[in-house]
Design a protein around this ligand. Structure first.
Ligand code: VGL
Ligand code: ZN
Length: 194
């Protein structure tokens, strides 16, 4: 495989979605091959830093009685409980010291899959002059999907790096790609920006 040297421009950001221990093999809500994206993510993070472009990282950050947990009427096993080891970013994720952290999933009344769901992030990024958002992380068919759809809706040009994401289910992953494309997102199969 040729070396990937992404070229970022002013107005770009790189967004890492929910790359936390609980979503990787051995975690509470393990996604198959969830940890296989780390090499690709780190490559893109380094490229963003080299090109002077900000890195944002979201984290799922639930209260221990969260509504998305099956014990409390939701669809998922308990995961990413605030301040637990499982909620930490994967230790192999090389986040820069100045990465901006976006915390979500803290509400008691409903889940927030999208990084844009009542976080104020879209307004903030518009005010920073951000136009294009390059995305990797977990899970392709849940929080990555919701974030990409909302990002398109909010007027950003969204790009998914296919090698830097994995779905909860293969079927869901395929459908997610279709929805993202239909919303105007670009699915980057190679991993180069230009
Ligand atoms: C996620 C399931 C439950 C995700 C979060 O980050 O994709 N998936 N909570
Ligand atoms: Zn969650």
């Amino acid at each position: 495989m040729p070396a990937k040297v992404p070229k970022f421009e002013p107005g770009d950001i790189f967004l890492v979605v929910d790359t936390q221990i609980d979503f990787c093999p051995g975690g509470a809500l393990a996604i198959e091959e969830g940890d296989q994206i780390l090499g690709e993510l780190n490559l893109w993070i380094r490229a963003a830093k080299d090109d002077g472009v900000p890195v944002y990282a979201s984290r799922d950050w639930h209260p221990k009685t969260h509504v998305s947990f099956s014990d409390y009427g939701g669809d998922w096993p308990a995961h990413c409980i605030q301040d637990t080891d499982g909620a930490r970013f994967h230790p192999a994720l090389e986040l820069p010291y100045d990465a901006v952290i976006v915390t979500k999933g803290v509400r008691f009344d409903r889940d927030q899959n999208s990084v844009f769901d009542e976080t104020g992030l879209a307004d903030w990024l518009h005010r920073q002059g951000v136009k294009r958002i390059f995305v990797g992380g977990l899970a392709q068919d849940v929080c990555v999907l919701a974030s990409i759809l909302d990002g398109c809706e909010a007027g950003f040009k969204m790009h998914l790096i296919l090698g830097a994401t994995r779905p909860v289910s293969q079927e869901g992953g395929k459908k997610a790609l279709e929805s993202m494309r239909a919303a105007g997102a670009e699915i980057m199969e190679i991993g180069r920006l230009s």
